[in-house]
Write a protein that binds this ligand. Structure first.
Ligand SMILES: Nc1ncnc2c1ncn2[C@@H]1O[C@H](COP(=O)(O)OP(=O)(O)O)[C@@H](O)[C@H]1O
Ligand SMILES: [Mg+2]
Length: 302
């Protein structure tokens, strides 16, 4: 009920007044006679009629207003509840992550060096050893991401030109993308500066570019751009992949949500943490011509 959402006390009373005036005009038009003891009572009747309608409108408007406030409070409460639940989850995750990292890192390093020694001593085991070492490296990466995710972010913000962020990210990404035969199309005409920790923002954009590359065939391209909005500067990473299915959009920023075999599901969760620490926003939209577009909104330097 969009229209009702706009009605408040004053509009309610005004609607009542308009209805009263309309009724009075109608009575006048029809030439209705109203007399009390032979005296013309039209004015008194119209006035009482109209004031009742104004009062009714006022009360209805007030009821709608109160109901709306109630609903807003309820929404805010729900938001706070979700926020607290997420924080609790993160805090326990932090403890778990450091415990796991502590237990897992050393044995992994020992296994890796043992496998390496074996493969050097027996070259025929080369392929198997390579496979085991690749898997160990992947596990180590998972542990490192987990620890990075669990650690509170140390953030050093300073005014940073957007062009610098785009250029630096492009520089760092070109190799990773080049290895996968994916072209990076980076462009920024934004001259504004943002309040940011350059390295962390680059890390976010690199993660987004990695995800974009995951849905791009060799020979394809991904885009990195920036544009200005009223609220700040928006850095964008877009691809021509399948986009994010609508039902997954609310989930992809959750820790451990992944649809990839071998994915950690932590990339976007870390990205969101970093962007939140910047008092910014990160969101995804699907492009009309296919593919996903991730946006990172950062506040302009005052
Ligand atoms: N560019 C993209 N296009 C389509 N889906 C995406 C894209 N980026 C992320 N996703 C979805 O979000 C999920 C979570 O991403 P992320 O947190 O980086 O973890 P991971 O890359 O380890 O799966 C992915 O598994 C994928 O389903
Ligand atoms: Mg990822």
């Amino acid at each position: 009920m969009r229209v009702l959402d706009k009605v408040d006390r004053l509009t309610g009373a005004l609607i009542g007044l308009a209805l009263g005036a309309f009724d009075a005009a109608l009575f006048l038009f029809l030439g209705t006679e109203l007399t009390i003891d032979g005296h013309d009572a039209r004015i008194a009747v119209y006035a009482s009629f109209t004031s009742s309608l104004v009062l009714l409108g006022y009360l209805l408007g007030l009821t709608l207003e109160l109901r709306r406030k109630d609903r807003e409070n309820h929404d805010k409460l729900e938001e706070a509840r979700v926020h607290i639940a997420r924080n609790e989850k993160l805090a326990s995750l932090g403890q778990l992550a450091s415990a796991v990292a502590h237990e897992v890192r050393n044995p992994l390093a020992i296994i890796r060096s043992t496998v390496q020694n074996i493969s050097e001593a027996a070259p025929s085991s080369g392929d198997d050893a390579r496979f085991v070492m690749d898997e160990i490296d992947r596990l180590s990466r998972v542990v490192s991401t987990l620890v990075a995710f669990a650690r509170p972010i140390a953030i050093a913000m300073k005014p940073t030109p957007c062009a610098e962020i785009v250029q630096r990210t492009a520089l760092l990404a070109v190799r990773m993308l080049g290895d996968r035969r994916i072209e990076l199309r980076a462009s920024s005409t934004v001259s504004a500066s943002v309040e940011a920790d350059r390295d962390l923002v680059c890390q976010v954009l690199l993660g987004l570019l990695g995800n974009a590359a995951d849905v791009t065939e060799p020979g394809g391209f991904v885009e990195l751009g920036a544009r200005e909005e009223d609220r700040g500067v928006v850095l964008t990473v877009s691809d021509r992949g399948p986009g994010v299915p609508k039902e997954l959009v609310p989930k992809i920023f959750d820790p451990f949500f992944t649809t990839k075999e071998g994915g950690t599901g932590l990339g976007l969760a870390v990205a969101r943490q970093i962007v939140k620490a910047h008092d910014g926003e990160i969101y995804v939209e699907n492009r009309t011509d296919g593919g996903a577009c991730f946006s990172v909104l950062l506040r302009r330097t005052a």
